[in-house]
Design a protein around this ligand. Sequence first.
Ligand code: GAP
Length: 462
Amino acid sequence: MSEVTEEQQSAVPDAVTMEKIVALCKRRGFIFQSSEIYGGLASTYDYGHYGVLLKKNVKDEWWRAVVQERDDVVALDAAILMHPRTWEASGHLEGFTDPLVQCEGKCKKRWRADDLPESARGDDGELRCPECGGKLGEARDFNLMFETFMGPVREDAARVFLRPETAQGIFVNFKNVLQFARKKPPFGIAQVGKAFRNEITPGNFVFRTREFEQMEIEFFVPPPDAPDWHRRWMEDRLRWYAELGIRPDHVKLRAHGPDELSHYSAATSDVEYLFPMGWSELEGIANRTDFDLKQHTEFSGQKLEYVDTATGERYVPYVIEPSAGADRATLAFMVDAYDEESVAGRERTVLRLHPRLAPVKVAVLPLVSKDGMPEKARALYEELRRRLPAEYDEGGSIGKRYRRQDEIGTPWGVTIDGQTKEDDTVTLRDRDSLEQVRVPIAGLGDELVGRLERAWVSPKLG
Ligand code: GAP
């Protein structure tokens, strides 16, 4: 994670801090601490109603971009538990480690040796415990995979692992997909699913947790074409974040240096976002070469290669891997959307989310709970919700109800008032501009669906 430099400082959002995001998530039921009634389980989180809907929209947009709108990527949903040999072949059993150091002083805390803050270095150049200043022990490799046992009797059971990446489920299915999807390189396999890592230092809310969701593509290409496809995927993925409203000066690509590359990678670039704690990885885009297919061929005895039936040509494809985190992306979209402003002397907090990502697209609100307004509003809500996610709310003052919708990022609000009974019109309020226009009920559904399909630019860009 890199610190914010002076020239990047201008791009730091002034209103948003991680504390504010955490507070909003709790206040509006997006994300809670897991097992809260037992005091919580460190760095694990549960998603509530709006959080589920927001993250689902992020994943749906990803599926739309990488599968629905392309004809060279197919979907897969592999099991979390895999044959233990998988992890020998992939190199995870031996090499998926972080260097761990333990404080030998008072606090006995454990730290990642390669991620100690600068303040840990004393005047003598020696590393000291950032918590208590105690001496730090020798670094030892700590494997990040969670292990468990398959079978009723532990002694005889097979040791299996919770997958630390979804990618291996794709590699071991390469042959199946090649056969049944009738694809040839260049083609890709996309998967969304949970991954687990026993991180030494999780933190920054859902940025780094021990259980998280990945959105991964393994894109198989003829080896000479790999650099070109790597470049194309970097452009595609950057465009995806921009089209969903992330401000261009808050996202960038950063190429890994040679000492940073994973064991399987010939080249990797990270898509980084300017989170409140600094530029940090959102997604890794790697050229994984033929490492994985060759390893699984060796360990399974099954040939994982492409054979062109017309020419007889056979080769092991190279793999370009855009690998994103669904939780990190959800967090980045929230951070980017968070805004505070003063309207007519009153403070409002608003999530300026892209309408396609917003958990609720339209709120239907009767101005008051009488004079037939709730009945009329309820009927309109029931009509609208068949076409797009809608919410009906009649409790409390209209101002309070709007503030609630602003905080969950609802782009449009419809108010049924006294005039509605006379001419079947309602007011349509825009979350960002706060403009209110009078529109007929007839055609309102078409109007909103049309707005949802339009290109959108963050109003934070001015
Ligand atoms: N298959 C390649 C792979 O797993 P990675 O860079 O280790 O690469 C890919 O992970 C993405 O998964 C990251 O860019 C991040 O978005 C997400 N991710 C990784 N570790 C995570 C964690 N502990 N908590 C939340 N998201 C994580």
